[in-house]
Write a protein of this length. Structure first.
Length: 171
């Protein structure tokens, strides 16, 4: 294999690696005139920790990447049973071309939610255009009975060692 062939193969591998590592750059852009609604979570919104029954606020950003206004954007969520998800605002009347709107999303898991990871699907719907994103919420209950069982076992072990140490020290 000559040097020229090796260079072509190296360039081909480099382009393939770039396409794999940054797939967003390889996607087609929204054509002009087509409604381009964007919906993304801000900060640590894709993965949040929360206590059962306690409210947590995450933030999202809705944008209009088209050259025409998008109107009647309705926000809603698909969440586990007993959970409350509230958007502020929950309806965006009009979003001008290039415009961006920040949305507060208040998530309150059920008071009896068990410890674990839960997915919440967030939906921005504007007539023919719909954007869906997913957020993972880890419920960490502060009043776990196993925590107190572990504390009790640890205290019993410390007391047992103290008793053995005191009795062994007298002899």
């Amino acid at each position: 294999m000559n040097v020229k062939s090796k260079i072509y193969i190296l360039l081909l591998l480099l382009v393939a690696a770039l396409a794999v590592l940054s797939p967003g750059a390889a996607l087609a852009q929204t054509p002009p005139g087509v409604k381009g609604l964007t919906f993304q979570l801000l900060g640590d919104g894709y993965y949040s920790r929360i206590t059962a029954g306690a409210e947590r606020t995450i933030y999202a950003e809705i944008g209009n990447s088209s050259d025409s206004a998008v109107s009647g954007i309705v926000l809603r969520a698909d969440s586990p049973e007993g959970w409350a998800v509230q958007f502020t605002p929950d309806v965006i009347a009009t979003l001008s071309p290039g415009g961006v709107q920040t949305v507060d999303i208040r998530i309150t898991p059920a008071a009896n939610a068990s410890r674990g990871d839960y997915n919440i699907t967030l939906i921005a719907d504007a007539g023919e255009t719909r954007r869906i994103i997913s957020a993972t919420v880890r419920v960490e209950t502060a009043n776990s009975p196993w925590l107190w069982v572990g504390v009790g076992i640890a205290c019993a072990a410390v007391i047992a060692f103290a008793v053995v140490f005191v009795r062994a020290g007298r002899q």
